[in-house]
Design a protein around this ligand. Structure first.
Ligand code: ADP
Ligand code: MG
Length: 357
């Protein structure tokens, strides 16, 4: 009898203990959720709209982080911009055979040259003379004459640029334009710093070049939309679920001008000097490394579907989503099968070689 009473008491005790524990967990969870605060900055930098949001529990600390992030963008833009006369890139460009630069400029150029080599020059940071001729991002875009393009093309050749220590050397007259990699490289520095400072959740959007730190404020993967080409911003054809990742997209629809019924866009084929005639309408790369993703998606757009697929089959660690020009077919690497949802039901999805193939 006593034994039975003991069992009953201990059962009651156990049930009560579990109930108290559950209640405590609920209260903790509830107050943790309530404590989440956010800070946000939106500004025009790097020739585009920059938007950074961070979540945490200390609003003051988040504000200080984001102010520092915006200052960091300005500092790096002042080093890398081809449009700022005092930048280190302008120093290289205005020199005859190259110039001495700081460690960061040397690092980003080294990275750009590496991707240029890997993509056989589809991405080429010496594209500046061609970019300048077309003036696409300026108030006076124009279609250059054939002779002008032929005159500028020999200067476009990444193989004649090298970095040694803090020295960048180049062929006479060559000029660099890091517009195809700088946003990614800067996004990496910002997310590294936020992580190092203990920020658990942030979204860095440098004109569509997206990087996320940790999980979203709802404590699950961020859901990042892939912009439907030529539609208004905010219309997505697919969603990528991302935690501590970058998603970068290149397409001909972001910057362009129309002349005599022809559309000229801002991603150039370094072999022709004309806007790349791609059979793709959008390329997205999903990567831990936003600089690589930025440069690679520019390269894939230039390379077109067939070459990009071949490249992806040879580089199984890269994750990509390619949308064909007719917007009917999406190709994605198998290594992001569980992260990708194609929302547009008029598009068919085919997986190509990647990890897990
Ligand atoms: P966005 O800057 O719109 O995100 P991209 O990352 O594709 O787009 O970069 C395009 C920019 O890169 C151009 O504005 C130009 O400065 C530069 N660029 C254009 N074509 C190339 C190329 N083939 N290789 C390297 N850089 C390029
Ligand atoms: Mg790019």
């Amino acid at each position: 009898m006593k034994k039975i009473a003991e069992v009953l008491i201990s059962k009651k005790f156990l049930t009560a203990a579990i109930a108290i524990l559950l209640a405590a967990m609920f209260v903790c969870e509830f107050s943790a959720r309530r404590r989440v605060v956010s800070a946000e900055r939106e500004t025009y930098k790097l020739g585009t709209v920059v938007h950074i949001t961070a979540y945490g529990s200390d609003k003051k600390a988040l504000d200080a982080e984001l102010d520092a992030a915006v200052n960091e963008i300005t500092r790096l833009e002042n080093l890398f911009s081809v449009n700022i006369a005092s930048s280190e890139i302008s120093k290289i460009n205005s020199s005859d055979r190259g110039a001495g630069v700081g460690a960061e400029t040397a690092a980003i150029i080294t990275e750009a040259l590496r991707i240029a080599g890997e993509t056989d020059g589809a991405f080429d940071p010496t594209i500046e003379p061609i970019v300048k001729l077309w003036g696409i991002a300026t108030d006076h875009p124009r279609v250059p004459g054939k002779g002008e393009i032929e005159g500028a093309l020999p200067l476009v050749d990444y193989r004649r640029v090298s970095v040694s220590g803090g020295n960048v050397s180049k062929g006479a007259g060559q000029k660099l334009d890091l517009g195809g990699i700088a946003k990614g490289w800067i996004a990496d520095r910002l997310s590294d710093k936020l992580r190092a400072d203990g920020i658990k959740s942030a979204l860095i959007d440098l004109g569509g070049n997206l990087s996320v730190v940790g999980e979203s404020s709802e404590r699950r993967a961020w859901r990042l939309g892939l912009q439907r080409p030529s539609s208004s911003r905010g219309e997505y054809f697919a969603i990528i679920e991302a935690t501590d990742l970058s998603v970068v997209t290149s397409g001909p629809y972001e910057r362009y001008f129309d002349r005599d019924g022809v559309r000229y866009h801002h991603i150039f084929d370094p072999k022709t000097g004309y806007p790349a005639e791609s059979d793709l309408s959008s390329v997205s790369i999903v990567s831990k490394n936003s600089a690589d993703a930025d440069a690679l998606c520019t390269a894939f757009f230039v390379m077109g579907l067939e070459k990009s697929v071949r490249f992806l089959k040879a580089h199984k660690d890269i994750s990509a989503v390619l949308l064909t020009k007719d917007m009917k077919k999406v190709y994605a690497t198998t290594n992001i099968k569980d992260k990708l949802t194609v929302e547009d039901k008029s598009m068919s999805l085919e997986f190509i070689g990647g990890r897990g193939d």
